[in-house]
Design a protein around this ligand. Structure first.
Ligand code: SF4
Ligand code: FES
Length: 246
């Protein structure tokens, strides 16, 4: 495939940024989107031009690092995949593809397509953990009975990889799907109930302080989430928040 790419270039946080046109040729439909970006960057390096900065790590849908906004959608046109899992067969020869960073006030651009998502880390630090007695008398987790439906729902919530696509897809830049998943993953298990009250209050407080917007039940986050995190997690977080606030 031969493609025209319109890519956001921004030299640093203070730079205004602009869209720049590039052409790539002989792209295989079997390549991943990031491999196609590698081909472009290699050609830029050969021409002594600055390669395009973009985030990636595992390249297998696990780490949540890759983060491109492709043709107006976080992680591109496919469903249930991250950008590193997106294949070029989703595009056609001759296509023009728009590639931008995730856009949100709480995710400032560092360079080109790389945004600072440390706000998510600070929300996690505010409560996404359990305190465990490590004195030697710790109860084996497998000896605590947990109903199968709760274990399954908790596991589903724990599938969130913190990629930020939910924020990027939301007109309010809300992080409630992410925070809802993190709150739910613990709230559904007995080990997480001990600190449940402080957890939800602290995580929601941090979420607000980071500048994320509120949820207005549009549901774009659920559609774009590569891990299929359900809106039910937002409802569960709201219930947890209400109970903790009373
Ligand atoms: S809820 Fe989905 S879209 Fe949001 S951070 Fe988690 S995995 Fe990414
Ligand atoms: S690079 Fe790890 S999820 Fe895409």
């Amino acid at each position: 495939m031969n493609l025209t790419l319109k890519i956001w270039r921004q030299s640093g946080p203070q730079d205004k940024g602009r869209m720049v046109d590039y052409n790539v040729t002989d792209i295989s439909e079997h390549m991943s989107f990031l491999e196609m970006m590698d081909v472009l960057n290699e050609s830029l390096v050969e021409k002594n031009e600055e390669p395009i900065a973009f985030d990636h790590d595992c390249r297998e849908g696990i780490c949540g690092t890759c983060s491109l906004h492709i043709n107006g959608e976080p992680h591109g046109p496919d469903r249930g995949v991250t950008t590193c899992q997106l294949h070029m067969r989703m595009f056609n020869d001759g296509d023009t593809i728009f590639i931008e960073p995730f856009r949100a006030k709480a995710f400032p651009v560092i360079k080109d397509l790389v945004v600072d998502r440390s706000a998510f880390e600070r929300i996690q630090q505010a409560g996404a953990y359990i305190s465990v007695n490590t004195s030697g008398n710790t109860q084996d987790a497998n000896s605590i009975p947990i109903p199968k439906p709760d274990a399954d729902l908790s596991m589903d919530a724990a599938a969130c990889i913190g990629c930020g696509a939910c924020v990027a897809s939301c007109k309010n830049s809300s992080a409630m799907l992410f925070v809802g998943a993190k709150v739910s993953q613990y709230a559904l298990l007995p080990q997480g109930r001990i600190e449940a009250k402080e957890r939800v209050l602290n995580m929601v407080k941090q979420m607000d302080e980071e500048g994320f917007g509120n949820c207005t039940n549009t549901g774009a986050c659920e559609v774009e989430c590569p891990k299929g995190i359900s809106l039910e997690n937002i409802a569960r977080m709201n219930r947890e928040f209400l109970k903790a606030s009373l």
